[in-house]
Design a protein around this ligand. Structure first.
Ligand code: PLP
Length: 404
């Protein structure tokens, strides 16, 4: 979906590219389609009983259904601050404090409020290419000039960014999905994290470390956050992938000037978040033993699903080159040159499988032969069937496609 400029709609809004993924969710919701398209956490692993128990507990207090503070429920800010401290977010600066945290309606709202707080129309924002569509939309809506930087197996090409800066580029923000990238699945290497934070200090931009997947490392190990290495980093976290998206609980941790501006804009956006779902999130994230056990299950199942998916790809799609996921939710597939995954999508849906074509994430470099597949949403046997259907839709006709 994209809107046409009109006397009613602002030019800025008309410039926003619709999310192909959000549009696709309607098609892939058909019961006959196995969807690898959305980044949907596994339905069978959502902790519904634990959420119900926390809701019942919260509802014994009328405050649970009252308006709350704009910056978030005090108990949740405490829990998030402790949790971020444990992950190393404070670095040498010391622990993250509840006052450093603003709770938002998912980390998507944090991105939106941050962009509005920091950007003036025409400001340059560096994004990864391919990039997270939700961030691209927010930066377009803010009127920013989006500048792509490539990715490789170690995440953002920080050397490319350094070259652009040396050439005179002065971005206000640099956005990175530092762990288990959406859509590429890669993780920013430790030395690049340090280098990125140093560049931010030297050139005066803010890094947006967008990290909803960092806790989903299959082996439990992710490098220390970019935020551990410098003060000019705003970290975004989310309960969506580790608890449940419907809680709509995310958070932003950053310098006082930024959190104050975000809180101010949130007053105008929605006054405050849901006190009820924040109480539930505080209960679950604050129950350390339960949360550790739940994360262990998500990691174990994620690893099993990723393995089932990549094994099926190797067996049934031998022409495709797939990434080797070590965490998160996504596998990135590259088909032989000449494949057009956008054109193949209707065939795939007819065959009963959905994915997101690479072009949906492209910023500067077109990615016609790539696809993002979410392996997390389905159990191994369903993933095998999904890949079988993909193979039907994307079969390379003989004589075409293989690059020489
Ligand atoms: C990189 C990234 N950031 C932010 C979000 C937004 O998540 P939420 O608003 O549910 O926290 C997503 C969702 O998929 C994402 O992939």
């Amino acid at each position: 979906m994209t809107l046409s400029p009109s006397p009613t709609i602002s030019a800025r809004t008309a410039g926003v590219r619709g999310s192909a993924i959000r549009d696709l969710l309607t098609l892939t919701a058909r019961p006959d389609v196995i969807s690898l398209a959305g980044g949907l956490p596994a339905a069978d692993l959502l902790p519904r009983e634990r959420i119900a128990a926390a809701a019942a507990r919260a509802l014994t207090d009328p405050a649970a259904v009252q308006y709350g503070e704009t910056a978030g429920l005090a108990r949740l800010r405490e829990v998030v601050a402790a949790h971020e401290t444990e992950r190393g977010t404070g670095g040498a600066r010391g622990p993250v404090l509840p006052g450093d945290v603003v709770v938002t309606s998912g980390s998507q709202q944090a991105l939106d409020l941050l962009a509005r707080a920091v950007l003036d129309p025409g400001d340059a924002v560096v994004v990864e290419d391919p990039g997270y569509v939700g961030a691209l939309q927010v930066f377009q809506a803010a009127g920013a000039v989006v500048v792509p930087v490539g990715l490789d197996a170690d995440g953002m090409r920080v050397d490319e960014l350094a070259d652009l800066l040396a050439g005179g580029l002065r971005p206000r923000l640099v956005h990175t999905v530092s762990s288990f990238h959406n859509p590429r699945g890669v993780t920013l290497a430790a030395e690049r994290r340090r280098a990125l934070a140093e560049l931010a200090d030297r050139h005066g931009f803010l890094v947006v470390e967008d990290d909803p997947y960092g806790l989903l490392a299959f082996d439990g190990a992710t490098p220390a956050p970019v935020a551990a290495h410098g003060e000019r980093v705003v970290r975004l976290g989310s309960a969506s992938k580790v608890l449940a998206p419907a809680l709509r609980v995310g958070w932003l941790v950053g310098p006082g000037e930024v959190t104050a501006a975000v809180e101010l804009l949130r007053q105008g956006a929605d006054l405050c978040g849901s006190t009820l779902t924040q109480s539930i999130a505080a209960d679950l994230l604050g129950d350390r033993d339960w949360f550790a056990g739940h994360l262990a299950t998500l990691r174990r199942e994620g690893a099993a699903r990723a393995a089932a998916f990549t094994t099926a790809v190797a067996e049934l799609l031998p022409d495709a080159v797939g990434s080797d996921p070590t965490g998160g939710m996504f596998c990135w597939l590259e088909f032989p040159e000449g494949t057009d995954t956008t054109a193949a999508l209707p065939r795939a849906l007819d065959a009963g499988v959905g994915f997101v074509p690479g072009s949906a994430f492209a910023v500067g470099t077109p990615l016609p032969a790539a696809a993002r597949c979410c392996f997390a949403s389905h159990p191994p046997e369903v993933l095998h069937e999904a890949v079988r259907r993909l193979a039907t839709a994307l079969a390379v006709p003989s004589g075409r496609g293989r690059s020489t």
